[in-house]
Design a protein around this ligand. Structure first.
Ligand code: PLP
Length: 422
């Protein structure tokens, strides 16, 4: 029972430093969040020791009576949360959920239609080097370059031309809501399955702030750690006709023993996600993103070459367009890092700069909303970001210091994980 700090000071020091980084900087990576302490407690529990291949009540190992309870709670809660007929809570990650879902719906060599990675899609939606791109015939659809919105006329045209087995609706970098009803209509017209990957916006759906894809899709996948605010992991929801296929695709298709400690943590996070406090947090998340979009489309930002794709946002993130700026995505990411704000650079559609540099930033508000940021705080964050991106080069230490002090006072105002420091 030697504590971590004694047993392994090197790893303990790295984790302490990570806690401090999360506490003292502003986390604005759109796919990140802060899990509640109770979720981390479940994730750090003795359930990590248990083998439980199979499903609750039908395991290939003895001694599963208690993890069965926790896994069944997770299944029941997530079905209730999203109004789903079927749920599988075992996928180790979003990518694992997507792999299991895709192989349940299609065979290698079949055609799939997904949003192009460079236009906001995810690796698992058909990227060349991913299993999805290697084993399936991929037809990518795109956003319209004038509006920044998914081009549904193109989706329909490509669907009719290529008759895909699966149409994928979902994204990693897109600031608007998709038209699920229209996707369903197109899928029905070509007899394709509709799979929605709601990894990014699942928390908004749970809070009733975003249309629920479960009402339209055959299969819905998600991560549990983005807007949903739980432990790192994946889930699959579906109509019950797909239950058998999906269960066997996850296990034994792609996975062995489920991570029962993570599943227990998922169960806790689904309880949180059904609460009023969670809804209120998701409202601040969306409000914060709108405040950022307004600030970064203001006249002074645009004069400095800073703009926002699609002109705004309906969700928890914005995509900053730096095509007209002297700063590229890498430089902008580095500058914000220097003042204590963590974001990631992101290609914009038809990006003139190379993929490692890019002409955009993806900025999200879930983690700060979880920290308690209000509209007033988000307004100050938006000002700091705008001033950082507008400042002429070279961006010296003196420029950074003043902005850094403002970031520090915001971080101090909303302490994160008080009591966890050793
Ligand atoms: N699906 C979407 C839309 C995502 O944005 C991501 C992660 O960024 C994933 C799936 C994959 O999730 P994970 O990183 O847990 O494999």
């Amino acid at each position: 029972n030697t504590p971590l700090h004694e047993l392994d000071p090197a790893v303990a020091a790295a984790l302490d430093a990570e806690l401090e980084r999360q506490q003292t900087t502003l986390e604005m990576i759109a796919s990140e969040n802060f899990a509640p302490v109770a979720v981390m407690e479940a994730q750090g529990s003795v359930a990590t020791n248990k083998y439980a291949e199979g499903y609750p009540g039908r395991r290939y190992y003895g001694g599963c009576e208690h993890v069965d309870v926790a896994e069944q709670i997770a299944i029941d809660r997530v079905k209730e949360l999203f109004g789903a007929e079927y749920a599988n809570v075992q996928p180790h990650s979003g990518a694992s959920a997507n792999q299991a879902a895709l192989f349940a719906l299609a065979q290698p060599g079949d055609t799939i239609l997904g949003l192009d990675l460079a236009h906001g899609g995810h690796l698992t939606h058909g990227m060349r080097l991913n299993f999805s791109g290697k084993q399936f015939k991929v037809v990518p659809y795109h956003v319209d370059s004038a509006t920044g919105l998914v081009d549904m006329a193109e989706v329909e045209k490509l669907a009719k031309e290529h008759r895909p087995k699966v149409i994928i609706a979902g994204w990693s970098a897109y600031p608007r809501q998709l038209d699920f009803a229209e996707f369903r209509r197109i899928a029905d017209a070509v007899e394709a399955y509709l799979w929605v990957d709601m990894a990014h916006f699942a928390g908004l759906v749970a809070a009733g702030l975003h249309p629920n894809p479960v009402e339209y899709a055959d299969v819905v996948t998600s991560t549990t750690h983005k807007t949903l605010g739980g432990p790192r992991g994946g889930i699959i929801l579906a109509k019950k006709d797909f239950a058998k296929k999906l269960n066997s695709s996850v296990f034994p298709g792609f996975q062995g023993g489920p991570l029962e400690h993570v599943i227990a943590a998922k169960a806790v996070s689904f309880k949180v996600a059904a609460s009023e406090e969670f809804k209120e947090r998701q409202r601040r998340t969306v409000e914060g993103a709108r405040i950022l979009a307004d600030r970064l489309t203001a006249a002074d930002a645009r004069e400095a070459g800073v703009n926002v794709l699609s002109g705004g946002t309906d969700v928890h993130l914005i995509l900053v367009d730096l095509r007209e700026s002297e700063l590229d995505g890498q430089q902008a990411e580095d500058r914000l890092h220097e003042v204590g704000i963590t974001v990631n650079r992101n290609a914009v559609p038809n990006d003139p700069r190379p993929p490692m540099v890019t002409s955009g930033l993806r900025i999200g508000t879930p983690a700060l909303a979880t920290r308690g940021f209000t509209a007033e705080d988000f307004t100050e964050v938006a000002d700091v970001i705008a001033e950082t991106l507008k400042a002429p080069s070279p961006f010296g230490a003196a420029d950074a210091d003043a902005l850094k002090a403002r970031v520090k006072s915001l971080a101090d105002k909303h302490p994160l994980y008080p009591g966890l420091n050793k």
